[in-house]
Design a binder for this molecule. Structure first.
Ligand SMILES: [Zn+2]
Length: 221
């Protein structure tokens, strides 16, 4: 399969976002799904590159890896796969142990748009005049990611709004209708560059052990 990311968005989780993150890290360490921090450093400014395609601006995540990042105390919550990483798939032996490149475990007060990028487009619709507002959405996301990079602090995306160029009215991200299935969440697991689709049984196992349901969203790269 082509490069793909998956998001496991927690629903009905009872604890705080910080507790969610801690519980996932503990569980994934116990299961040996992760093994330490993912230290290769992706430069956010190059990571999201805006390109023009078929008249709409499309975000693409690019991996720009720098080897000189020596910090092991990585506050981003990016983790490298462990020896059992491939157990998230139904046929791990066929993949020869391959699993994912890294996993981001998100648990902060800040809500994020999930998926955080899409090469296929979001199909975002203005809530006032029903015009397509993907280019406005991509501009907003680019601006937001750049601002986060410059200020080195995470933005709560539930406070953001997209302004429609046709009618000049704004639609809050939390009310935005999109053709692609999206959500805003502050508790999710994002496995990047997975080698296969997730095994339903593995997702159910995570749900049982963490005491919440997971909504599974794939992001095609
Ligand atoms: Zn409009």
């Amino acid at each position: 399969m082509s490069e793909q990311n998956v998001f496991l968005v927690a629903e009905n989780h009872k604890g705080s976002s910080a507790e969610f993150k801690e519980q996932v890290i503990t569980l994934f360490n116990q299961m040996k799904l992760i093994d330490g921090y993912y230290t290769a450093f992706a430069e956010p400014l190059g990571w999201y590159a805006s390109i023009k395609k078929r008249g709409i601006s499309v975000l693409i995540k690019m991996k720009l890896i720098s080897e000189d990042n020596e910090s092991l105390e990585d506050p981003r919550g990016w983790y490298a796969p462990g020896e059992n990483g491939s157990l998230i798939f139904s046929n791990p032996e066929e993949l020869g142990g391959a699993s994912f490149e890294y996993v981001i475990i998100h648990g902060t007060e800040n809500y994020r748009l999930v998926p955080d990028a899409s090469t296929a487009g979001y199909g975002a619709i203005c809530s006032h005049c029903q015009s397509g507002i993907d280019s406005e959405l991509y501009e907003l996301l680019n601006r937001t990611y750049n601002e986060e990079y410059e200020s080195n602090s995470e933005i709560d995306m539930s406070t953001l709004s997209v302004v429609c160029e046709k009618c000049n009215r704004s639609t809050p991200l939390r009310e935005l209708a999109t053709e692609l299935e999206t959500t805003l969440s502050n508790k999710f697991i994002n496995m990047c560059n997975i080698y296969d689709y997730l095994d339903d049984a593995a997702v159910k196992d995570f749900s049982d052990r963490l005491g919440c349901r997971f909504r599974v969203l794939y992001e095609r790269m």
